[in-house]
Design a protein around this ligand. Sequence first.
Ligand code: NOJ
Length: 556
Amino acid sequence: MTEVLDVRAMPDLGKDDAAWWRQAAVYQIYPRSFADSDGDGIGDLPGITSRVPYLRRLGVDAVWLSPFYPSALADGGYDVDDYRDVDPRLGTLADFDALVAALHGEGIRLVVDLVPNHTSDRHEWFREALTSPKGSPARDRYIFRDGKGPDGAEPPADWTSAFGGPAWEPVGDGQWYLHYFATEQPDLNWDNREVRDDFLRTLRFWSDRGVDGFRVDVAHGLAKQLPDELPTQAELDALPKDGTHPLWDRDEVHEIYAEWRAVFNAYDPPRTAVAEAWVQASRRARYASAEGLGQAFNFDLLEADFDAEQFREVITFNLELAETSGSSTTWVFSNHDVVRHATRYGLPPRHGSTDKHGGSWLLSGGTEPELDRELGVRRARAATLLQLALPGSSYLYQGEELGLHEVADIAPDARQDPAYFRNAGVDVGRDGCRVPLPWAREGESFGFGPAAAVMPQPDWFGDLSVEAQDGVAGSTLELYRDALALRRELQSDEDLVWVSTDDDVLAFRRSNGWLNVTNFGARTVALPAGEVLLSSVPLTDGRLPGAATAWLRTEV
Ligand code: NOJ
């Protein structure tokens, strides 16, 4: 590895630059498992503030904060009791302001998670709906339907929720409410003007507090149009998702985001947003348009195997798509919903696999049948370097910079994910990527906080802690730091040119001569001429070993 320029000393993000998000490296924090300041075993906002120097040294441009609002944690905080407050276990609004100030002081922007598809069942609106009669304005904020059969004792339809189990819940008077996710997450009715206005208020509330952008949860689900006669689940599944489906990706959803856009653009710089929209790739562009949310997640690389051809296809397709929307594309390998990529890449390939992992392990936390830990991390490091060399935004998930693996062996009574409880024995859920971070080699919670963490950490976390990797040449943490520092220097416009090599090797060049070479195969390969800036593993006599990436500076 050659010497890396120390550009990390001076973050210069151009604070007034309205386009900051286009090429940003965004670091996702799952607040309850990042850092605990007060010893209650749960991560909190002051804990994050205390780690801002770490984030600065890591070299990220922005933080995306998963929900930190008051919540019973029926779905890890995605069940929100109050959209304009902080969970008292995580801190106060004053702590939030202190976090914004600390991040901005280091030139790091803040994107907060917004959950508009559903509230929690403890939200004051839902409580009011439960004590209000059928047909009342309070019930109109949600999606209530009469049950079938005598006294409405049967559900209005046989729909299944995303976490398993029924999607309709009775409230005792013959009516049922829709919850596409957990029972504690009643779906909102976005045809209701009061719902719309209240979210506009929420957008302003956080924007006024200095938030730079929003990550929009289930962005494709807000606009629903349920016919009087509800289809069965099988009929629902068979309907095309072309803008006319009763539940998903309806065209009218963009009217909502046009209203949001007007709010975003009233700020200087305009607030940004990124849609979590699981839609047909060709329909992603509308979410990402400048009249809409501005950017949309692309999970295609996350779903691909560690495979040159799959990567090339996904990259080419998404760069073209970004051109149609005028946005920049997004890249992501790990987040709080999926098995960490270091682990996925140490398991048999998913596509084309006929074993029991062929389908669902991506979202399941599983690490069987046989995890090759070393290979997984090695590939993950190679994939991340490739990601960071691509045009567009890179979304990184806390702990991936430590090369953390999924924690597979969490005891049933320590699990928290509704996907586990609603799918007993089928899906182990997403807790395995949400285990509190190890900051120190030793100690009750490996430096996560002054006491034990609520969710237990495995013994092997100590060796992967920040302390164990800080300043250690070749560690995953130092690789991320070097890569992010270089990226800040080299990331420029949005072009990419493929440089043809061979089947297992993907090489692309940016217009400034920055060349990325990723070797997906096992053979060691020669590198093109140029100055080697960084590599995911040491080179062998100047050649690139298997499952590795190198960055080069080449003549333009
Ligand atoms: C997507 C979020 O990322 C996930 O964690 C959550 O369970 C669902 N949306 C429901 O809010």
